[in-house]
Design a protein around this ligand. Structure first.
Ligand SMILES: Cc1cc2nc3c(=O)[nH]c(=O)nc-3n(C[C@H](O)[C@H](O)[C@H](O)COP(=O)(O)OP(=O)(O)OC[C@H]3O[C@@H](n4cnc5c(N)ncnc54)[C@H](O)[C@@H]3O)c2cc1C
Length: 508
């Protein structure tokens, strides 16, 4: 870029790139500075991490918001060549006792065949999912757009809003036991909430499981052909088409502030870059407000809040290169994009208690992804990839290196129980611990994949800290656009999209 950029975006995660695209499309000169020296994308990327020809997603792998995200729709990623793939079944929840409940996008099939052994559970699912289809647009409008989202709320009035409020105010266990009778069906929604740090008995904890379960029944858990990196690459292409640039290997160590307003950044190594109009941070909220901005520019209350910022749990990830598809005992799991290992609500609560207590779980809850079943670009002919993560404490008393392989063996054993013969297919395994995730991407502090805790009191106007829930910060012209801001974790680009819209208004 020959002139100073108008806007510098710190970080090329999906939210940073969406913000950059919107700002560049709005006519501003945009430069994105990314610490990673080899690729953009943050937790949205892929690499050959095990054997040549096996493509593994480094973080996000399934995209329930791919088609529902207003940001992605506006940027028309499919128009730029991105291809979303769906499997016949979107989410499968088997247990070693042979019981299983699954979700597909075919509502009738889910209700009549898939949603557990008890026909009344199928009927309850049909009622819930049909209602969700009618209100999804407004519910997403309410949850994803910049707060306060009065328009969608008013459109939901009064009965749909009451029904939604009843769901959101329940615990995962409360909602599930109210709706369903079999354990197989009951474990589905509380299991999905454990993608983040929300346990079955947590107050107001039903919302996340509800959203993930019901979006699996509409858009489904899509997979991008070619790997998660394709989504990032498409965003970068879109940005370049609008004249924006990405510079890799550029770690920002300081936001430069003049008269209470952001005027540029300093990189590791000392180089200073000026931004004529604004600075966007696709970083952690505490990293920005405690470390990148000098303390003298931060109100004491914000410093104290950030010092006590509640983190989510760590994530422990495993990638496998396999010589064939996983031989799940539950046949339906062989056709499912994602398989969840969690035996019962009590098992999920026990897991929650162990992780919260700082212990490695003895029966780790797993989110398991089978991308190569639907995308033949992920592995050489005949081969398959497998991706899984569990939630773990961010740190362990003796450090991770001593325990990582043994814990990965525990993960293998859990899959083997659900799929006898699995271990015999493993050609290579890569273990990724919480510190590995943080080394890859500074936002994943202690392996926290949720942009901080996702408990109810960390959402909406409390995210990342009241009253800065509309992307502005105490420093003028400095915006937070990462998943630490509303609406939080997941690849939907809405933190970046909303922040860019607010900044474009501010900047006139
Ligand atoms: C193991 C794992 C599995 C996941 N699975 C899913 C899933 O299946 N589906 C889903 O929707 N979501 C999933 N997620 C969550 C999802 O990936 C994140 O919510 C999302 O990537 C957040 O996007 P972001 O743009 O806010 O930040 P990030 O993706 O975290 O990117 C931030 C970027 O900023 C850069 N950066 C940070 N600080 C600096 C600095 N000082 N200078 C320069 N650059 C900097 C980082 O290097 C990084 O590239 C998963 C995450 C993980 C880790």
């Amino acid at each position: 870029m020959s002139q100073d950029p108008d806007v510098i975006v710190i970080g090329a995660g999906p939210n940073g790139l969406v913000a950059a695209c919107m700002l560049a499309r709005g006519g501003l000169r945009v430069l994105v500075l990314e610490a990673n020296p080899t690729r953009a994308g943050g937790a949205l990327g892929s690499e050959e991490g095990t054997l040549p020809g096996y493509v593994h997603d480094v973080g996000a792998a399934f995209f329930p918001f791919a088609r529902a995200s207003p940001a992605f729709a506006d940027l028309d990623l499919e128009g730029a060549g991105l291809e979303w793939l769906n499997m016949e079944v979107e989410s499968c929840h088997p247990a070693p006792d042979g019981s299983v409940a699954s979700i597909s996008r075919d509502l009738e099939r889910t209700a009549s065949e898939l949603f557990g052994p008890e026909p009344r559970d199928g009927d309850a699912w049909r009622r819930l999912a049909s209602w969700h289809r009618r209100v999804e647009r407004d519910v997403l409008g309410f949850l994803l757009r910049p707060l306060p989202t009065l328009g969608p709320l008013l459109r939901l009035l009064p009965f749909n809003l009451l029904r939604l409020a009843r769901i959101l105010s329940s615990s995962g266990r409360g909602l599930s036991t109210r709706l369903f009778r079999s354990e197989a069906a009951r474990r589905v929604l509380p299991g999905l909430a454990l993608h983040v740090d929300v346990g079955p008995d947590d107050r107001f904890g039903a919302g996340l499981g509800y959203m993930l379960g019901l979006s699996a029944s509409t858009g489904g858990n899509c997979v991008p052909r070619g790997g998660a990196q394709r989504v990032t690459d498409t965003l970068v292409e879109r940005l370049r088409a609008h004249g924006g640039e990405v510079r890799l290997g550029a770690r920002v160590t300081r936001v430069l502030v003049d008269n209470g307003g952001a005027r540029g950044v300093e990189l590791a190594g000392g180089e200073q870059l000026r931004a004529a109009r604004a600075v966007f941070a696709n970083t952690g909220a505490p990293a920005l407000l405690l470390d990148l901005v000098a303390r003298e520019h931060m109100p004491g209350r914000i410093v104290r809040k950030m010092q006590r910022f509640p983190r989510g749990w760590g994530a422990f990830k495993v990638d496998w290169a396999l010589s064939g598809p996983v031989p799940w005992a539950a046949e339906v799991a062989r056709r499912s994009a994602v398989v969840h290992a969690g035996d019962s609500i009590d098992d999920l609560q026990r897991f929650t208690d162990q992780v919260r207590g700082g212990a490695l779980p003895d029966n780790p809850y797993l989110v398991i992804g089978q991308q190569s079943l639907v995308d033949d670009t992920r592995a050489p002919a005949g081969g398959h990839t497998l991706w899984a993560y569990s939630r773990v404490p961010p740190s362990l008393p003796g450090g991770w290196s001593a325990q990582a392989e043994a814990f990965a063996d525990r993960v293998d054993a859990r899959i083997e129980k659900l799929a006898p013969g699995f271990r015999g297919l493993v050609r290579a395994r890569r273990v990724v611990t919480p510190p590995d995730l943080q080394d890859m991407n500074a936002n994943l502090v202690g392996g926290d994949l949720g942009g901080g805790s996702n408990a109810w009191h960390r959402q909406l106007i409390f995210r990342p800290v009241f009253p800065y829930f509309r992307y502005r910060t105490p420093v003028r012209r400095l915006y937070l656009c990462s998943s630490y801001a509303h609406p939080g974790a997941g690849v939907h680009g809405m933190c970046g999209y909303n922040a860019a819209q607010i900044a474009l208004r501010d900047l006139g």
